[in-house]
Design a protein around this ligand. Structure first.
Ligand code: ADP
Ligand code: ADP
Length: 226
């Protein structure tokens, strides 16, 4: 298992969001997390990705405890091993598409010329070859999400975490964006964990799990999740 939540609980103040949630994701798997609004999907994703620390329970990545790492090591791991695609706001609208894609490489101290080459490759793979010089604030929603996917994959992450990546798009555009994300992640051998309320998006996944009331129901999870 590359990513695991074991009995993870987390509350916001007195509001419990996760109640001993269990989820195991195998390397290379594409898993869709479904469930009603407010059921805890996003909180689960943030715990798995080491963005939130659980109140109790354990989070594992590739044989290591993630939740007990100090902040520095956890953010280092996020930067090197994980890619993120969210619904809104992860791009810098004043920067060009190419600069947005290059950003994680430059933060990781890749040389600029090398980063430029990689960004161009990834823009092409996302059918954005002609838009590299455009500021992302001027792109359509579907184009911007494809830039976000290029930026998430350019560092060759082991795991891509996506939270409603098609939430702001119309159905057809959303399906195309999801097909690109899943297709490219598979080519790269990356694992994908995607939160979505859209059954058509979830249909691209190898497996769907459902979060209800802070618990994951899934035949593959350990423990008394159901
Ligand atoms: P989902 O992604 O399934 O919509 P969330 O994980 O966002 O669910 O939320 C789970 C529960 O936690 C909900 O009851 C929600 O209202 C609550 N919650 C989420 N974020 C916050 C927050 N920042 N402050 C207070 N409550 C929150
Ligand atoms: P180089 O410095 O010669 O580009 P690397 O060690 O960076 O070589 O890459 C080795 C191989 O992996 C090459 O085939 C390269 O195309 C591929 N590769 C490396 N990084 C990426 C990336 N971020 N995206 C796509 N392919 C990559």
């Amino acid at each position: 298992m590359i990513v695991e939540a074991r009995g993870v609980s987390r509350s916001y103040g007195s509001t419990p969001a996760l109640r001993e949630a269990n989820l195991s994701v195998a390397a290379g798997e594409v898993v869709a997390i479904m469930g009603p609004s407010g059921s805890g999907k996003s909180t689960l994703l943030h715990c798995l990705a080491g963005i939130f620390t659980p109140d109790s329970g354990e989070v594992w990545f590739d044989g290591r405890r993630l939740d007990t790492l100090d902040d520095g090591r956890r953010s280092e791991l996020r930067r090197t091993a994980f890619g993120f695609v969210f619904q809104f706001g992860q791009l810098v609208p004043e920067l060009t598409a190419a600069d947005n894609v290059m950003l994680p490489l430059l933060l990781g101290r890749t040389r600029r010329r090398h980063a430029e080459r990689r960004a161009a490759e990834w823009l092409e793979r996302l059918e954005l070859a002609d838009l590299g010089g455009r500021r992302t604030g001027e792109l359509s929603g579907g184009q911007a999400q494809r830039v976000a996917i290029a930026r998430a994959l350019v560092t060759r992450p082991r795991v891509v975490f996506a939270d409603e990546p098609t939430g702001a798009l119309d159905t057809l555009t959303g399906e195309h964006v999801m097909d690109l994300l899943v297709g490219l992640a598979r080519e790269e051998g990356a694992t994908v964990v995607v939160v979505t309320h859209d059954a058509r998006v979830a249909a691209c996944a190898d497996r769907e799990v459902v979060v209800r009331d802070g618990r994951v129901s899934d035949p593959y999870t350990t423990g008394a999740a159901r």
